[in-house]
Design a binder for this molecule. Structure first.
Ligand code: ADP
Ligand code: MG
Length: 624
């Protein structure tokens, strides 16, 4: 296995082992942890005052363009909601279409492109990606641990939910790179939780483990099958909109009713609403260890007993138990098959939650670690395993550099990311960019840079005889199969016609550890500028797609659009074409938003017309 360490300060390779940190990049809170040299226990890093390990996953852009992260950003939530970004994890690797259900719930502006490109968030005419926003949180955590330990760190293990797909994992990796981190592994949160409890560290450990994770706004249940150091997720379930925030809300609603609080005042006065929300959260936390809570707010004594509280949240807790039942059913297991139940997430401090989970699984719970730290602690354990510091733990073989293909504009599209376990096989779908395109060149590259020109070319081949179809219609699946010896087979297949082609490449030969290390180092050093160019190229690609589609739309619909619409669209088109020639991604995005805003309602009309025509033609006697 290749092990490379880099000294970023001096810009050279380290031969001695250096520290690898563990990061939990959460929806509500994030934190960083590490395992001390010569120790087997993991520690989460606290703030400067030595009080909090948790960093609220919130980013604020102030009017001078300064960026605040964590507690300082959280304070701005009520004053400057449009400039304060929370829940960014929900946006990772997602398009606007994926998110249409949740955008109303967010106080900041997500650009509506009504398509499948990745989302952007606009603040003051600047467009931010979820990746660059997450990178701000990661940078903050990196600084925190560097300050605390007085040492530079570059290597990290970052956790993600077990259900994260390839795009979401890749986005998390990119965020790490942008924050100046070499992300050695992306680890599933439930796997990290098990590792934090030392489960699965010994080769002979064979367990079936349930991880119950109730955070601020999400609930995840995962069932893991652990065998010979391999953690397999056999079932997941949950609710992406269920968590501690719901407990707070039921308390607020109860108080409003019981004390006949002025709803109008609460809904219009942000400060009042905020202090009520804080009081409710305080009540919730108090009732995790006491049986009664009382607070004076604006001269009114608000009270809550544990009995009332339990009755308020019972239905929420029941929902989580129903999810557990579903996951167990999917895994084909019953509670007696489960060896361990691990409690994760701040909301599992709630006594009723513990009681009901314990009752359902009929088992003592793993509660000894802080539930909101356990994922980060486990990431740190995984990190120390990677550093070779945990005796007796075997590492699986991994691929040292990412493998991918070139896409439009010279961008590297990673198919197998670096540090993936091998053997492995992954596939991704692509399409053509020109009408009637018959051939597609597949160029295979190895490396970490966003632009293929800086990576290493492994080979190329041409998928020919694609039947002529309009751009975007062919479905071309590119599959990478990497065997345990590092031999890569690349296959391309046009799924509609079945045309197929493949090549065999020996990916790791002819490249030394030194070279590999240099490639990694370059990728981190250039992450910022690569990302900027990548964003520009992506904006241009998107603009070009829109230009082609809009021109086609104009041609097909000019009989009913009317001269005014046609003129207006042509103007927007020209503006988009002009700006696409320039190097300003924000301006391109702006032009895209403008043309989309104008054409979206027309496209809907066109669809309705097409529908009406097809029904009008032959629908009637078929229904009879
Ligand atoms: P996430 O995984 O979503 O980032 P966390 O695991 O940090 O979130 O959980 C945050 C939630 O835990 C918040 O809703 C917070 O109010 C809740 N929480 C924290 N401490 C307690 C406590 N003592 N009792 C009840 N709820 C708590
Ligand atoms: Mg969490």
């Amino acid at each position: 296995m290749a092990k490379i360490s880099i000294n970023l300060k001096e810009g050279k390779l380290n031969k001695q082992e250096d520290l690898i940190i563990g990061i939990d990049l959460g929806t509500t809170n994030s934190l960083v942890a590490y395992v001390k040299d010569g120790d087997s226990e993991a520690y989460a890093i606290k703030d400067k005052n030595g009080t909090n390990t948790l960093v609220p996953s919130i980013i604020h852009f102030n009017e001078e363009g300064k960026i605040l992260v964590g507690e300082a950003a959280k304070k701005q939530l009520e004053y400057a909601p449009a400039r304060t970004i929370y829940s960014v994890k929900r946006l990772m690797g997602k398009s606007f279409n994926d998110l249409s259900k949740i955008t109303d719930l967010l106080a900041y502006r997500i650009i509506d492109e009504d398509d499948d490109s990745l989302v952007k968030i606009e603040i003051d005419g600047k467009y931010h990606s979820p990746i660059s926003l997450s990178a701000e949180i990661l940078k903050y955590l990196k600084l925190r641990i560097e300050d605390n330990l007085q040492q530079e760190v570059q290597k990290a293990v970052i956790t993600v939910p077990a259900y994260f797909n390839d795009a979401q994992r890749q986005a998390t990796r990119d965020a790490g790179k942008l924050a100046g981190l070499d992300v050695l592994r992306i680890v599933n949160e439930p796997t990290a939780a098990a590792l934090a409890y030392g489960i699965g560290l010994a080769q002979e450990d064979e367990r079936t483990v349930v991880v119950y994770d109730l955070g601020g706004g999400t609930f995840d249940i995962s069932i893991l099958d652990i065998k010979q150091g391999i953690f397999e997720v056999i079932a997941t379930n949950g609710d992406t909109f269920l968590g501690g925030d719901d407990f707070d809300r039921t308390i607020i609603d109860y108080w409003i009713e019981k004390y006949a609080l002025d709803i109008h005042e609460i809904s219009t006065n942000k400060t009042k609403a905020q202090s009520l929300r804080l009081a409710a959260e305080k009540a919730k936390k108090t009732l995790s260890s006491q049986s009664h809570f009382e607070i004076k707010l604006d001269g009114i004594n608000l009270e809550l007993t544990i009995e009332t509280y339990n009755s308020l949240i019972k239905s929420i807790v029941d929902k989580t138990i129903a999810c557990c039942g579903q996951a167990m059913k999917d895994a084909g297991l019953t509670p007696k098959d489960i060896d361990e139940v691990i409690m994760v997430g701040g909301s599992t401090r709630v006594p009723l939650v513990r009681q009901e989970v314990k009752r359902y699984f009929d088992k003592e719970l793993n509660l000894s670690l802080n539930p909101d730290e356990v994922v980060a602690l486990g990431a740190a354990v995984q990190a120390s395993v990677l550093a070779g510091k945990q005796k007796g733990v075997l590492l699986l073989d991994i691929t040292p550099l990412s493998l991918g293909i070139e896409t439009v504009g010279g961008l590297m599209d990673v198919i197998i990311s670096r540090n993936s376990k091998i053997p492995t096989s992954l596939a991704r779908q692509y399409t053509t960019s020109i009408d009637g395109q018959k051939n597609l060149k597949i160029s295979v590259y190895q490396g970490e840079r966003d632009l293929v020109q800086y990576n290493r070319k492994l080979g190329e081949f041409i998928l020919s005889n694609i039947p002529p179809m309009p751009a975007g219609i062919p479905k071309i699946e590119v599959q990478f199969l990497l065997d345990a010896d590092g031999i890569l087979v690349v296959k391309a297949k046009e799924l509609r016609s079945g045309k197929e082609q493949e090549i065999v490449i020996q990916s790791q030969y002819g490249i030394s550890e030194e070279e590999m290390g240099k490639m990694l180092l370059d990728s981190i050093k250039n992450a910022q500028s690569d990302m900027t160019i990548k964003a520009l190229l992506e904006a241009r690609n998107e603009a070009n797609n829109i230009i082609v589609n809009t021109e086609r739309f104009l041609k097909q619909n000019n009989h009913w659009l009317g001269t005014e619409n046609i003129e207006q669209i042509s103007q927007f088109l020209q503006a988009l074409k002009d700006v696409t020639q320039k190097d300003d991604k924000d301006a391109i995005n702006q032009a895209i938003t403008e043309i989309n805003d104008f054409t979206a309602p027309l496209a809907h009309q066109a669809m309705d017309k097409a529908m009406a025509e097809s029904l009008g033609g032959k629908g009637i006697d078929e229904i009879d």
